[in-house]
Design a protein around this ligand. Structure first.
Ligand SMILES: *[C@@H]1O[C@H](CO)[C@@H](O)[C@H](O)[C@H]1NC(C)=O
Ligand SMILES: *[C@@H]1O[C@H](CO)[C@@H](O)[C@H](O)[C@H]1NC(C)=O
Ligand SMILES: *[C@@H]1O[C@H](CO)[C@@H](O)[C@H](O)[C@H]1NC(C)=O
Ligand SMILES: *[C@@H]1O[C@H](CO)[C@@H](O)[C@H](O)[C@H]1NC(C)=O
Ligand SMILES: *[C@@H]1O[C@H](CO)[C@@H](O)[C@H](O)[C@H]1NC(C)=O
Ligand SMILES: *[C@@H]1O[C@H](CO)[C@@H](O)[C@H](O)[C@H]1NC(C)=O
Length: 286
């Protein structure tokens, strides 16, 4: 075929595919594979699968949000000993989130919605490929000797804290009662554990969490953890960039940063998706 014949054939194919992808309904946002529908009383994020759909009374002027439980997950970020344990100088605001986080975990499981534990869990390869800025950011004393991978010694006489944020170490485990929830939930197949090697668990071309989302057709993500303006925000923003629905849950998120940092996250998360408290979600799920 002449070159222009080819070009025309490809162009026609692209145009007819486009005609099918562009929706005729002004209240459908997106394409046939990935869309939201705006109703008079809210938003439908189920992408056409209304089986067992759940409508949540999220506080938003546009109304409620309807989700597909099989396509939804609670993403708990960095609620690890390293960031929360008192003997490691952890954040009391983060520790205070634990009971509410557990309430959310139980409610999600009860409705067939998956629970994700997205945590720092470095390998030797990660240490080889880690940029200098990250080693500096995670130094305890201003030298590289105390950054990622360094031995953190022993606390309480017999707890070996392990190497900083390395996969399988005690300091990288979920904090307090969350540890038992994570171990039991993963064993039961309701929960899933994803290691990350940057603030975001969704950066770059792919991550363990992103692969799982794709394999399981999960589209709608609720976020909590620490720090709201760093690892929670990084993961939420990358998820938004990659096409997932993002819902920030205020009262299971905290930070050690100045309040302006949370203000920025709150403002932008509401634009990228939705914000809610567990109190807006739990009554419907329980
Ligand atoms: C969609 O909106 C456009 C522009 O406002 C309007 O011309 C068109 O009739 C609308 N289509 C439907 C199906 O309502
Ligand atoms: C949202 O859901 C709540 C609880 O189900 C209901 O009372 C309220 O009328 C709904 N609001 C809208 C705008 O649909
Ligand atoms: C639709 O939702 C139901 C109930 O949540 C789920 O079991 C099913 O796998 C979903 N179907 C598809 C095609 O995702
Ligand atoms: C660690 O020490 C505590 C008391 O400080 C004790 O209760 C616990 O059994 C010890 N654990 C192990 C594994 O030795
Ligand atoms: C695991 O499943 C068992 C049996 O359904 C249940 O009793 C237990 O509470 C579950 N544990 C967790 C952590 O989900
Ligand atoms: C969550 O609750 C806090 C404390 O009451 C409140 O300041 C915040 O605005 C609430 N978030 C949303 C999204 O309503």
């Amino acid at each position: 075929m002449h070159f222009f014949g080819y070009a025309f054939a490809i162009l026609s194919a692209v145009c007819s595919a486009r005609a099918q992808l562009v929706n005729a309904n002004n209240n459908t946002f997106g394409n046939v594979f990935n869309f939201w529908t705006k109703r008079t009383d809210g938003w439908d994020l189920t992408r056409g699968n209304s089986t067992n759909a759940i409508t949540l009374a999220l506080p938003h002027p546009e109304g409620n949000v309807t989700i597909q439980p099989a396509a939804s997950a609670l993403v708990i970020i960095d609620m690890q000993n390293f960031f929360l344990h008192p003997d490691l100088g952890g954040d009391p605001l983060g520790r205070a989130l634990v009971p509410t986080t557990i309430d959310m975990i139980h409610a999600f499981r009860a409705n067939g919605m998956k629970v994700f534990w997205t945590n720092w869990g470095l390998t030797e390869f990660d240490l080889m490929s880690m940029p200098p800025a990250f080693f500096r950011g995670f130094s305890s004393d201003g030298t590289s000797a105390t950054s990622f991978g360094s031995d953190m010694g022993t606390i309480q006489g017999n707890i070996s804290v392990g190497r900083k944020l390395m996969r399988g170490s005690w300091n990288a485990q979920p904090f307090g009662d969350l540890f038992e929830e994570q171990v039991g939930g993963v064993a039961n197949g309701t929960d899933f554990y994803f290691n990350k090697n940057r603030l975001s668990g969704m950066w770059g071309t792919s991550t363990p969490m992103q692969t799982f989302l794709e394999d399981n057709l999960i589209t709608t993500l609720f976020f909590g953890g620490v720090n709201i303006d760093q690892c929670v925000w990084g993961t939420l923003l990358d998820s938004y960039y990659k096409g997932y629905d993002v819902i920030l849950v205020d009262d299971i998120s905290a930070t050690t940063s100045p309040s302006a940092a949370t203000g920025m996250v709150d403002f932008n998360a509401a634009l990228n998706g939705w914000r809610a408290n567990s109190t807006d979600i739990l009554p419907t799920l329980m």
